[in-house]
Design a protein around this ligand. Sequence first.
Ligand code: SIN
Length: 324
Amino acid sequence: MAKEIVFLGMGGTIAGTAQNAGDNVGYTAAQVGVRQLLLALPGLQAVLGARQLRSEQVCQIDSKDLAHSDWLALLERLMHYLSSPDVSAVVVTHGTDTLDETAFFLSRTLPAHLLAHKPVVLTCAMRPANSLAPDGPGNMVDAASVALCGTARGVLVVCAGKVHSAAHVQKVHPYRLDAFDSGEAGPVALVEEGRVRLLSCWPQREGLAFPVALLQGRPWPRVELLLSHAGASGALVRALLHDSAQPLHGLVVAGTGNGTVHKDMEAALLEAMAQGVRVLCVSRCAYGQVVGGSAAVCSGAFASAALSAVKARIALMLEIAAEQ
Ligand code: SIN
């Protein structure tokens, strides 16, 4: 029997509609189902060949509003489809705003053996589905080309002809069609007229075996994100420590330069650590990472990570969940 490629819909601008087709800004995200998007996709059949097409709507959401439960729903459907011998790859249509977070979350939670021979390719659009010149259809066909190219592995993001790894991708522009960048690592590959040109290596080592059951049926550890800046104080840290809504487990601080933190915020962070809160520092710089590791961050007081702040929050949340 011919293998299947599965498209999972999560919403986003790729599924958005504008009242005026010339408006690429004032639209509503997450209006059109993934099945409908696929029906309107010229060029997909040529990529699919004899393969069967299957689709499922997992969420229909503006990705700025994603909840941890939406990630869990997506993770569960991916594990289901990737486990099936009939499925050769999965493409996920998703909003651009938190796409880098979802990709990173999946790369850390999907079991490595499920990604060893099949890729998960996330794609998106910067213009709504009924735009005069939508970018979603091209991105979806490119995503299918990557998914079915035969060698692609790991969790990937396809946008504007570039293929990024979950580890490095970041949204870097609020409007341009080429809104994603992988910083100093660069894209993994390019898609040119349906052909995939590999520039480095597929991300083979992503998808460490995370005990997914630890995320099911219970609240996830509370890890909040802070930014150190001129004039920063310890007020937010202390407010979080005293917030009775949900206990605080961790704090990620996007520090200045090499992960440094304003001295007033640093004092409050040390208080938080004394109360058992995990503190992780990253650099708020657009490129590079903390040099010298944790030893360089506030004289070794705080751990550091070579990740963007939003990804570091996910990494710390998973680390704490695994220890609970
Ligand atoms: C979203 O992230 O869901 C809306 C914005 C976008 O997809 O570009």
